[in-house]
Design a protein around this ligand. Structure first.
Ligand code: HEC
Length: 231
């Protein structure tokens, strides 16, 4: 009885005393752990801090991506030729939005853009880029890339403007367009822009139909939307 009484008393020690309890039955209350910058007998190199795995994406202060990809930084890190600066900032050397693509316009990059677009953008902007993604049902009206009045994405506007939107976001707030600089590398952003341009080319303005071969013009005129994506 004396033994049982002392054990239960000792278990209470942390409630009533400032020093840690003697844990007769620890119940995993405290777990072994390594403190930062201590040594470890477990790892071969003797360090408790593990090196960052290759390809890990840094978040937070370590990489303030917006500043890291500022033109000054890119000039130092990626070269100061026009294309490298455009690749990382979306700008020409004079600071205006870049026109064209600093990445290769090929199938590989187009496929990369399609993958990323389907993953990140289609939910709002729609699979075909017309702004009719599933989120529209929740009153989130994303831009249509076929809307010629759009400030950045309208056909004919410089591609660097879309890069700016993808890097910084636009509109802000809950219903605006978020920045994707933490999810898309500069190259991936350009690939997505390439895919948007490809989507835009899939629609021929009615006024231009007559310039197409007549059988193609007829097919296009008689196209009906899929019932499932009709709005
Ligand atoms: C959560 C929904 C949502 C997602 C996801 C989203 N967008 Fe947007 N996007 C919007 C909304 C809403 C606007 C309109 C913002 C405004 O005009 O204030 C917009 C605007 C834009 C614009 C600017 C159009 C213009 O010229 O005004 C571009 C370009 C754009 N989005 C591209 C993308 C791309 C590329 C992706 C994927 C990487 C993407 N968006 C993902 C909601 C979204």
């Amino acid at each position: 009885m004396l033994l049982a009484a002392s054990i239960s008393f000792l278990g209470n020690r942390s409630d009533n005393f400032t020093r840690p309890a003697w844990q007769v039955f620890p119940d995993m209350d405290d777990q072994d752990k390594y403190l930062p910058q201590r040594t470890s007998s477990f790892f071969d190199d003797g360090r408790a801090d593990r090196p960052v795995p290759n390809g890990a994406v840094h978040r937070g202060n370590e990489l303030d991506i917006k500043n890291v990809f500022a033109s000054q930084f890119s000039a130092e890190q990626f070269g100061d030729d026009t294309k490298s600066i455009a690749l990382n900032t979306g700008l020409k050397t004079d600071g205006d939005p870049y026109e064209g693509f600093p990445i290769d316009v090929n199938e590989e990059n187009l496929t990369l853009g399609q993958d990323k677009y389907t993953l990140y953008c289609a939910v709002c902007h729609g699979v075909s880029g017309d702004g009719n993604g599933p989120t529209k049902a929740f009153n989130l009206v994303a831009a249509s890339f076929f809307d010629t009045a759009r400030a950045y994405s309208a056909p004919g506007k410089p591609e660097g403007g879309i890069f700016k939107v993808l890097t910084e976001g636009v509109g802000g707030g809950a219903t605006g367009m978020a920045a994707f600089n933490d999810r898309l590398s500069p190259k991936e952003r350009w690939a997505v822009i390439l895919y948007i341009r490809a989507l835009q080319k899939t629609r021929v303005p009615a006024a231009n139909l007559s310039s197409l071969p007549s059988d193609l013009a007829n097919t296009l005129t008689n196209l009906k939307p899929e019932p499932s994506i009709q709005n």
